[in-house]
Design a protein around this ligand. Sequence first.
Ligand code: GLN
Length: 309
Amino acid sequence: MADLQAIVEEIHEKLTPRLGEGKVADYIPQLAHVDPKKFGMTIVTVDGDVHKVGDCDEPFSIQSVSKVFTLTLALGKHGETTWNRVGREPSGSAFNSIVQLEHEEGKPRNPFINAGAIAVSDLVLAGHTPREAIGEIVRFVRYLADDDSIAIDPEVAKSEQATGFRNFALANFMRSFGKLDHPVEHVLGVYFHHCALAMTCTQLAKAGLFLAASGRNPLTGHTVVSRQRARRINALMLTCGHYDGSGDFAYRVGLPGKSGVGGGIMAVAPGKASVAVWSPGLNHNGNSLLGSLALEMLATRTGWSVFGQ
Ligand code: GLN
């Protein structure tokens, strides 16, 4: 196995002159004020080795990376009927796009665009109050990462709520098609809170490890999902995890990954490792610019790819 610690240090060193590139999300003050030069990266291998560099132990807003965890929960609760509410096709449009929803009568293209994640929040709410559902999501992420210090940043949740006009539009639109079971305020309460989860790269890499290890977290021995479900979640991350930049990410990195506007990306090298990277500057698709580059460098150096050796 390649010397992963040397590789992450080399990636950090090579990217240091470029730190600050990209555009930091500015729709809420908590994201706008993040230092654009932050950079962290953690690799956790399926053998349990941890390799990390930079600001890897500083919590950041994971935003849409959390959609992987809520999808996993929804699939656990509803199984394949989840797909009656949300599709499995790449959208080819922006993460917060509303146009496709009208053609598709309120059934979002996939669980990782905002509309799809809102539909998933509705599924996670089944049988719960919003507070219980949010509690369930936090407990689930803590269980995945084996770390009870993980929490939601309440200020981020509040700002998401105060500025989430487009998400309200998406949710109301779906509700008008009869595609949400719960009141819009409740569904969005769950959505805004899971987007506001604060995690470090190390916590995020640990939380994603079950996807690299056939559904079982080798650090805790917990079986989280079946092998088949882990493969399927990875397939969705590969095809839809970077919105309309998913094709480019697959081409350059070749690994399933999920990005968030906080600048985080969680990527999975099946059978090998889970990786999290954080760099707040985004590209035009809303994915971390240097984070994608760091993962491309990692894939090149290790040969990790789902498409061949
Ligand atoms: N909270 C953000 C939103 O709803 C999440 C988007 C993202 O990370 N791409 O707009």
